[in-house]
Design a protein around this ligand. Structure first.
Ligand code: CP
Length: 326
């Protein structure tokens, strides 16, 4: 167990060792149990987390804020649009200033080719840990919650389990690629068979795919890329079909909309779920485009674990804050 995490940033889960991630999950389960039993766990009394959002959120905001309150601290909601950030406060100034007021800085900045750089610049200038609430490259807390959920359903040893990380069609907006990228990076470290399924235009960043392949070599799993939606479901244990933007192909909204329209049949439905193993679970980080990306029958059905995933955001984030902000 690696417990020397005080002051550490969590910007990408790839930058934490497997031992450190396992420690975080152990603490998350302990905190989940404590909350279920109503046991107090005020590990961050009088501590303050700044939560800086450049992009909308339901789960991330609510779970970080609830988590800080449950641990005896306070979370400040800072909206980039309604603060002087919109008039030019720089990343350096944010790191310096919020780092002096607060005990941790959490940031969601998903702008393509900018968000991750921004978060790292804040971290370079901050005296307190910086937590990535989602950027253009990674969504570490979502994927830690996903790993916790998978281990709850399948046990701690995930070697040999097949996860299908698949693109799905959505009409709402060009979503970041951070969820599939963090998924392939983390699941490949646990000896899983990682299946990445997407139309050619929806490829991920090449260096992320290379890192996932390297992870797989070390962990003893496998990694494959397919462009066939249906075959991604075949005999999988874990199904994670969700939409993301074709950012690696085009940043143009109109063009990306046209590309997406070629694949409107990439919807998760009961027929496709039946191709997976009988015990397979359906996962989604939410929000989902209902009856476009996934049918109501699947997302509300017996194989869906989406509410467990959403709940586990709270526990992994509390664990990360308790370990890094004390
Ligand atoms: N899954 C997730 O990050 O949800 P929000 O965008 O609502 O925070």
């Amino acid at each position: 167990m690696q417990t020397d995490l005080r002051g550490r940033d969590l910007i990408s889960e790839q930058e934490w060792t497997r031992e450190e991630i396992d420690t975080l999950l152990d603490v998350a389960w302990d905190l989940k149990r404590k909350r279920a039993l109503g046991e107090p766990h005020a590990y961050l009394r009088d501590k303050v987390l700044a939560m800086l959002f450049f992009f909308t959120s339901t789960r991330t905001r609510a779970s970080f804020e609830a988590g800080m309150a449950q641990m005896g601290g306070h979370a400040q909601f800072i909206d980039s649009e309604t603060t002087q950030i919109s008039h030019g406060d720089t990343a350096k100034e944010i790191g310096q200033i919020l780092g002096r007021y607060c005990d941790g800085i959490a940031i969601r900045q998903c702008d393509w080719n900018f968000g991750n750089k921004y978060i790292r610049e804040v971290a370079e200038n901050s005296r307190v840990p910086v937590l990535n609430m989602q950027c253009d490259v990674y969504h570490p807390f979502q994927i830690l919650a996903d790993l916790m959920t998978i281990q709850e359903k399948f046990g701690r040893d995930l070697r040999g389990k097949t996860i299908n990380v698949s693109w799905a069609y959505a009409a709402s907006y060009q979503k970041p690629i951070s969820v599939p990228q963090s998924l392939v990076l983390l699941m490949s470290r646990y000896g899983m068979n990682v299946r990445l399924t997407h139309p050619p235009e929806y490829r991920l960043m090449p260096d992320i795919v290379e890192q996932a392949k390297e992870n797989t070599k070390k962990s003893g799993g496998s990694f494959e890329i397919s462009h066939d939606f249906d075959s991604g479901f075949k005999d999988a244990d874990i199904l994670y079909p969700k939409s993301w933007g074709c950012w690696m192909t085009t940043e143009d909204k109109e063009e990306s909309g046209k590309i997406g329209k070629k694949y409107t049949d990439w919807i998760t439905d009961e027929r496709r779920m039946a191709m997976a193993k009988e015990h397979a679970v359906y996962m989604h980080c939410l929000p989902a485009d209902r009856n476009i990306e996934v049918t109501d029958g699947v997302i509300d059905g017996p194989q869906s674990v989406v509410y467990d995933e959403a709940e586990n955001r709270l526990h992994v984030q509390k664990a990360a804050m308790a370990l890094t902000m004390r």
